[in-house]
Design a protein around this ligand. Structure first.
Ligand code: 9MG
Length: 274
């Protein structure tokens, strides 16, 4: 299977690692360390040197309870980072945003992939992607980061997430986005209790069976804290375990903070399992 995004075509026969570049002072695990253009660019370059296959740039935190960032502030955070990175790295640049204005500006600045935690539901978002050649990651979430963890309820979380993503992919195709440009993501940690996250990971092959590449983002997330009791700064081993399981269950891309450690773990898996 391959995935088309911007000027890149990713062969997903081997799993790809998306490295996270937060440009958010309130980012839940970086504590604002990379909240300046230069530091974010340097961080992205370092992640590529460690083996990142994609960089995901985000200017608005999506952690539970995070406040929205005004449009102009988000643009000021992410656009200079994208402009800086496109000249320095040769991997697809992804922009983590749900705002159509940010999507358009990011694509004009050189972004190849739109990572939308709202699955292009914002008015104008489908059109912003359709009028470009960027790829898109459609993620499942109920509500917004402010409300999502209040009391998430599902009768059958796997069936409901699959149906949502199937319909959003259909909407994207109907808007003119080629199937090869679409990736799906169950949205681990977004309006989900641990039991929901675990069921979605266990049943990931059902999502893969929809025929689109699947992205899994479990790095440092609270479900790993619930399972292990570890605080966020001690979640590297559980994050690696989760990434390995996700790949073994069919994920084509894993979104992670710790690129080198994840690449090493996946290299061992690839050497042993065919
Ligand atoms: C921005 N962001 C935070 N967590 C994420 C996840 O699990 N998937 C995607 N696509 N984006 C995420």
């Amino acid at each position: 299977m391959h995935f088309d995004c911007g000027s890149y075509q990713l062969d997903l026969a081997c799993p790809r690692v998306m490295g996270i570049v937060n440009v958010t002072p309130d980012s839940f695990s970086d504590g604002g360390r990379y909240a300046s253009t230069q530091l974010a660019i340097e961080h992205g370059v370092r992640l590529v040197a460690e083996g990142a296959d994609i960089l995901d740039i985000g200017g608005e935190s999506t952690r539970p309870g995070a406040e929205p960032v005004p449009l102009d502030e988000e643009l000021k955070r992410v656009i200079p980072v994208i402009e800086g990175l496109v000249n320095l790295v040769d991997v697809p640049i992804s922009i983590d945003t749900y705002k159509p204005e940010v999507m358009r500006a990011a694509i004009a600045a050189g972004a190849d992939l739109i990572n939308d935690v709202q699955a292009l539901q914002e008015p104008g978002a489908l059109e912003a992607v359709a009028s470009s050649n960027a790829g898109v990651c459609l993620m499942h979430m109920l509500g917004t980061p402010q409300t999502m963890q209040t009391d998430p309820q599902y009768d059958d979380v796997v069936a409901e997430v699959l149906e949502f993503l199937r319909l959003r992919a259909e909407a994207a195709v109907a808007a003119g986005i080629a199937r090869e440009r679409i990736m799906l993501d169950p949205g681990f940690g977004f309006a989900k209790r641990s039991v929901h996250n675990i069921a979605l990971l266990r049943e990931l092959p059902k999502l893969c069976a929809l025929g689109y590449p699947v992205l899994a983002g479990l790095s440092r997330k609270s479900v790993l804290g619930h399972i292990t009791g570890n605080r966020v700064e001690d979640r590297l081993p559980p994050s690696i375990a989760a990434a390995v399981v996700a790949v073994m269950k069919g994920a084509g891309v894993v979104r992670v903070h710790d690129v080198k450690a994840t690449k090493d773990a996946l290299a061992v898996v690839a050497a042993i399992i065919d």
